[in-house]
Design a protein around this ligand. Sequence first.
Ligand SMILES: [Zn+2]
Length: 252
Amino acid sequence: MVVDAEHGRMVMLEVVAVPVLTDNYVWLIHNGESGETAAVDPSVAEPVLDAVSARGWRLTQVLNTHWHPDHTGGNDGIKSAVGAPITAPAEAQRVSQVDRIVAEGDRVSVAAADVVVWDIPAHTAGHIAYYFEDEEMIFVGDTMFAMGCGRLFEGTAEQMYSNMQRIASLPGDVRIYCGHEYTLANARFAVHAEPQNAALAHRLAEVKELREQGKVTLPTTVAEERETNPFVRATNVQEFARLRSEKDSFRS
Ligand SMILES: [Zn+2]
């Protein structure tokens, strides 16, 4: 058990990254007291089940942020191996069985924590986030990345810009768990977009070093994104949309 010195309250949940495929992260959320473990966006089943059993944990729940196969591909395999129920937005039914469909404002119990669901469409039409208010963490799938944002496959710049603003309005300490290790490429684009931003230059150097050591650069925090994410820092939708299309063709 870990005591959070700043707030003096018990931190119940441990979060672990399982790197899979090229650059996906499956996040394991573990409650040491109840023994429950949730997997967020399992791209594949076996490496996730292995990571869980290597720690002596029990996989009890699957959460999806959106239907893309690199976020849901392991659902069925996990369900048939350990029977973990799947919570997901309605659109995930295109590719997977879903036990509980959730949308904006729904409350879900995840590893005994109380979680609220946000609708944050644009990367896909039914993309959601899971916000653990008491634990100060949010799982945003492919909507926000460290110093970046998701591509607009099924939505508009207006929608994505309001997602950025909504996430950035959370308390600065909130940790943001993203679906991919895109941090270094995003940092290079961000520095190109904001060459005068000293915090950003500093962060690029930090991230380079982490990646050279093969380390995970996530989670990020709301405070860090407010300082270094050009998509968050854009002052209006037009500026956001211009950055998003520049990024689509940017080669670092
Ligand atoms: Zn995706």
